[in-house]
Design a protein around this ligand. Structure first.
Ligand code: CP
Ligand code: NVA
Length: 308
């Protein structure tokens, strides 16, 4: 049966580990797997802007022997003009997989429900699961393993990255601590889902309002923009509300001395993170950005194998 990857726990913890190991294999040997030889085409659809996702999926599909077809939805019939279901029915007959960056999670679910080929969420309002595969790969490379490590996320705990950190890191057996101001705390249903997963993997979930409480003894410290795509009209209010939540060297010093700093990027220096931290010795953001390529290639190889 075709497998889709619309949210972090559309795969099991065991499958997550398998994909991360495959990513390491592909990083060492980039052309060792050619599931799209033919070449077959993979559709990469963007309703929102992107640099890393666009480049890493386009390069990744080419590395896997395929042809990436980048579709800006504004220049297609999608959106108001043609339904997601009809779009899926057209695409599934011609492409080997559909990768879609969009707003509502329900759109991805509708695409997957009408597609015989794998559908991948390359960021929605609710999740960014491909980013988490890259983040876990980066942590694994720098720390050797994942289970038992503590990750602290400071900032907007109600956004797509926070949701994905909660679920994906709990799946990996990590201890996830979040700190957010009132009004931006993590969704209770996601916290509860992550806690249930953590109970089976040896991880844990804890939530705070004070960033100092979340970063204590962290192995990994991370954040994301305070203003996600689609929230631009709330910019000033958010900048005011998140005052005091910048990851600076004082906050970083409360984590373990060998802690690494991650950021999915794009970053806004002086807001969610200071320049001295993101450009400093603990930051591994360029490895993380490169790992989008290797992690997503592994995901596509794995999905192609399960689509047969
Ligand atoms: N991190 C990330 O998804 O970057 P882009 O928005 O540039 O794709
Ligand atoms: N939370 C951010 C992530 C960008 C990669 C957004 O959705 O804009």
């Amino acid at each position: 049966m075709t497998r889709h990857f619309l949210k972090d726990d559309d795969i099991t913890s065991k499958e997550q580990a398998e994909i991360l190991n495959l990513a390491l294999e592909l990083k060492a040997s980039p052309y060792s797997h050619r599931p799209f030889a033919g070449p077959q085409t993979v559709a990469l659809i963007f309703d929102k802007t992107s640099t890393r996702t666009r480049v890493s999926f386009a390069v990744g599909v080419a590395d896997l022997g395929g042809v990436p077809l980048v579709i800006d939805s504004q220049s297609s019939q999608m959106g108001g003009k043609e339904s997601v279901a009809d779009t899926a029915r057209v695409l599934e007959r011609q492409v080997a997989a559909i990768v879609w960056r969009t707003y509502a999670q329900s759109g991805l679910e509708e695409m997957a429900a009408n597609s015989k080929v794998p559908v991948v969420n390359s960021l929605s309002d609710d999740y960014h699961p491909c980013q988490l595969l890259a983040d876990l790969l980066t942590i694994k490379e720098h720390k050797g393993s994942l289970a038992g490590l503590k990750i602290a996320y400071i900032g907007d705990a109600a956004n797509n990255m926070a949701n994905s950190y909660l679920i994906a890191c709990a799946m990996a057996g990590m201890h996830v601590a979040l700190a957010a101001p009132n009004g931006y705390s993590a969704d209770a249903a996601i916290v509860s889902r992550a806690s249930s997963i953590a109970a089976t993997t040896g991880g844990s979930v804890s939530t705070f309002t004070n960033p100092n409480d979340a970063v204590v003894d962290a192995d990994v410290v991370t954040t994301d923009t305070w203003i996600s795509m689609g929230q631009e009209s709330e910019k000033q209010k958010r900048i005011d509300d998140f005052s005091g939540y910048t990851i600076d060297s004082n906050l970083m010093a409360k984590a373990k001395s060998d802690a690494i700093f991650l950021h999915c990027l794009p970053a806004y220096r002086g807001y969610e993170v200071s320049a001295e931290v993101i450009d400093g010795p603990q930051s591994v953001i360029w490895d993380e950005a490169e790992n989008r390529l290797h992690a997503q290639k592994a995901l596509l190889v794995w999905l192609a194998a399960h689509a047969k």
